[in-house]
Design a protein around this ligand. Structure first.
Ligand code: NAP
Length: 255
């Protein structure tokens, strides 16, 4: 067994991958030989990211990136996404449920709409993608699903009742799907990032950022590539005996 991962002739679909952590995950898969499907809600941004990969790191590679836009809350669009990936590349080997949003506010001020929107995108969206992918992976008798949760789904966080509930739900989904799909050779795991340097955390005030960093034992934000490294491990051959687990990538916040 080699600890150097290779994804040659593998197809990886990553939701919410036009930017941020999803884009870093797609980039790392592409570097290691996978054909990647950039999927996001904004079609133009998907095209731009796929084009950037094909013209950059994939310029002289055998593998390539394509864009298939899909809103993860739309189950028909999600079915078309996984079908499109198989039609183009012949298999569906890795699916990363990365699309997610926040609508932060204190519980007593939280509207039902803020609650529903976050649960619908982060949790039902991941359910839609997992269900559509599972049908294909079960037939293939192989596949890897990796869900991007959050440490707040394990610990809670003031001001994020909707978001932490959605991520705790995603960890529950991970375990149940892992149990159902294990007999067919499909693993389902989660990665729980802490405080990662993306537009999502850029939106925080400097004061809030400083206060938060004091709670991080490693005293810095993580980079999207730190999350990507854990995802690639869970999607690799090296992780074939790991399922139903959640790995925290959080500078030590979660112990
Ligand atoms: P990001 O920069 O906001 O990227 C998320 C992407 O998902 C965006 O391109 C967004 O599109 C897309 N998206 C939103 N709703 C969608 C939908 N309905 N269907 C398809 N795509 C949709 O966020 P990020 O920081 O990279 O986060 C990626 C994942 O990591 C999320 O699940 C997040 O909860 C999780 N996470 C992040 C952190 C962190 O510190 N950054 C920590 C823990 C967990 P739009 O731009 O149009 O909204």
């Amino acid at each position: 067994m080699s600890l150097v991962h290779t994804f040659e002739n593998k197809t990886a679909v990553i939701t919410g991958s036009a930017r941020g952590i999803g884009k870093a995950i797609a980039t790392e898969f592409a570097k290691l030989g996978a054909n990647v499907v950039i999927s996001d809600i904004n079609a133009e941004m998907c095209e731009e990211t796929a084009k950037e990969l094909n013209a950059g790191i994939l310029k002289s590679s055998e593998n390539s990136a394509i864009a298939i836009a899909a809103d993860v809350t739309d189950s028909s669009a999600v079915e078309a996404l996984v079908k499109g990936a198989v039609e183009k590349f012949g298999s569906l080997d890795v699916v990363v449920n990365n699309a997610g949003i926040t609508r932060d506010t204190l519980l007593v001020r939280m509207s039902e709409e803020d609650w529903d929107t976050v649960i619908r995108i982060n949790l039902r969206g991941s359910f839609n993608v997992t269900r559509a992918s599972a049908k294909i992976m079960m037939k293939q008798r192989s596949g890897r699903i990796v869900n991007i949760a959050s440490v707040v789904g394990m610990r809670g966080n003031a001001g994020q009742a909707n978001y932490s509930a959605s991520k705790a739900g995603l960890i529950g989904l991970t375990k149940s799907a892992a149990l159902e799909l294990a007999p067919r050779g499909v693993t389902v795991n989660a990665v729980a990032p802490g405080f990662i340097n993306t537009e999502m955390t850029d939106a925080m005030t400097e004061q809030a950022t400083e206060a938060f960093l004091k709670t991080v034992p490693l005293r810095r934000k993580g980079e999207p590539e730190d999350v990507a490294a854990a995802v690639l491990f869970l999607a690799s051959e090296s992780a074939s005996y790991i399922t139903g687990q959640t790995i925290s990538v959080c500078g030590g916040i979660n112990m």
